[in-house]
Design a binder for this molecule. Structure first.
Ligand SMILES: Nc1nc2c(ncn2[C@@H]2O[C@H](COP(=O)(O)OP(=O)(O)OP(=O)(O)O)[C@@H](O)[C@H]2O)c(=O)[nH]1
Ligand SMILES: [Mg+2]
Length: 426
């Protein structure tokens, strides 16, 4: 039955006051949104699939310049989706958890989709989701908070085209204050979708962050801690990489005694199902979720300590060493003495290779190839100038070592701008 936050597919014929047909179309919209006239929506309330109705927009109403009638056939009505926001520092395992969740859910016939987000615009994560066949959209050139209207457009576009029952929105890893700037606005707009927020943290890095033994700048650590503070659920990821789980759990209990904490190996199906179940059982509403008390100057300073590099490369090697050369190039980048947030690369549009503050767990088989493409997304605590230098040097050394040619197709290197959220609900 059509009601607030249902997704409606209908066919309509629109006529003017003289009875001439102006439009004859099929459309899908979210009931209660601004996608179509509120007066028309009000006349559709309560209808079921298969029902027909003539609805009216009279001259003068909502600036109509004529009397319009719409003959409507309701084709489908369904409950809108659940939307799960994922936050957490760079490289903490958000994309991996989404990938595994989508795989498991689709096995059960549950449609999923993803919105990726980044300060840049040539994203490894988006290309990777596309390669996996997961319907996706992206919010680029800034975080969800500062581009809330883009996020909203992506949500509506996915609901209209791909009809996901569960939508994951992965926030860029340098972002925090999600509750005030994204979750609460979503709750106001789409309360029926029960939006949730999980914050991921790498099990091997987390103790160093909590105990302040990290190479990251104090302002970057500030962002990390603020992310955890606002979590509805903390997902301590990559627990399969940690031998002493008892100390880890003790530490989390000490710092976050009141939080729901999940210890997760995202390659374990049971762990992913437990995470999804936990999200489903969270009570809707934002009462229990206070907005952060946050110093935006510190937050902005933390983001500005990180440099962003997106570079698309083509490697050509007459001796069929192109893929090997790509791995060598990544290896040289990973050897930097600057603290790595996330160095993530996509080889030939299919294989993702990651280096995080705790190293790499990816094993990439190489095959002989005369040519290969490599997309590099490097998020490293340094300046854009030294990050550009770093990749230029790595390219030069790799070309010599493998007697190959490396061409740059596109490149951008920058610092994130100061965070200015579209909405902030205290
Ligand atoms: N062993 C293990 N590796 C994991 C797990 N979760 C993520 N990883 C690895 O951690 C690296 C980074 O994971 P991503 O999922 O890309 O991290 P992310 O949070 O999406 O990173 P950004 O989008 O850059 O913020 C990849 O090499 C993953 O394979 C896990 O539970 N266990
Ligand atoms: Mg990611």
């Amino acid at each position: 039955m059509i009601g607030k936050d249902t997704i409606v597919t209908l066919n309509y014929t629109m006529r003017n006051g003289r009875g001439e047909i102006l439009e004859n179309r099929r459309t899908t919209y979210l009931h209660g949104s601004s996608a179509i006239s509120p007066l028309l929506q009000a006349q559709l309330e309560g209808l079921e699939p298969g029902q027909t109705k003539k609805v009216f927009l009279k001259k003068g109403q909502e600036n109509a310049d004529d009397d319009f009638t719409f003959d409507i056939v309701i084709e489908a009505v369904r409950q809108a989706m659940q939307i799960h926001l994922l936050g957490g520092f760079l490289g903490s395992g958000k994309t991996t958890a989404i990938q595994q969740a989508c795989r498991l859910l689709s096995k059960n016939g549950i449609l999923t989709a993803v919105i990726s987000n980044d300060q840049g615009d040539t994203l490894v994560d988006s290309a990777f989701f596309e390669h996996l066949g997961i319907p996706g959209r992206q919010v680029t050139n800034g975080c969800f908070c500062c581009n809330y209207n883009d996020l909203d457009r992506c949500i509506l576009s996915l609901t209209g085209h791909d009809h996901p029952a569960i939508l994951f929105a992965e926030s860029v890893g340098s972002c925090t204050d999600l509750v005030a700037t994204v979750l609460k606005p979503l709750l106001e707009q789409y309360s029926g979708w029960h939006p949730t927020v999980s914050v991921f943290a790498d099990a091997s890095l987390l103790p160093d962050i909590l105990e302040d033994h990290t190479a990251f700048d104090p302002t970057v650590r500030y962002i990390y801690l603020k992310q955890l503070e606002e979590a509805q659920v903390i997902v301590v990821s990559k627990t399969d990489q940690v031998s002493d789980q008892t100390s880890l759990r003790r530490l989390l209990t000490k710092y976050y005694p009141a939080k729901t904490v999940l210890y997760q190996d995202s390659f374990n199906n049971d762990h992913i199902l437990r995470w999804l179940q936990t999200l489903e059982q969270l009570s809707p509403g934002s009462d229990a979720l206070p907005s952060l008390d946050i110093d935006y100057d510190l937050y902005g300073a933390g983001e500005a300590r990180l440099a962003w590099l997106d570079q698309q490369l083509v490697i050509e090697s007459p001796s069929l060493d192109a893929q090997k050369a790509a791995l060598t190039l990544i290896h040289h980048l990973s050897q930097t003495s600057y603290p790595i947030g996330h160095l993530k690369c996509l080889l030939d549009g299919t294989t993702k290779i990651s280096f995080t503050p705790t190293g790499s767990t990816d094993h990439t088989p190489v095959r002989p190839a005369a040519s290969t493409t490599l997309l590099v997304n490097a998020r490293i605590q340094t300046t854009p100038a030294s990050l550009s230098e770093l990749i230029a040097e790595a390219i030069q050394i790799t070309e010599k070592e493998h007697d190959c040619t490396i061409r740059t197709l596109t490149a951008s290197c920058f610092q994130p701008g100061f965070p200015r959220p579209t909405h902030r609900i205290p």
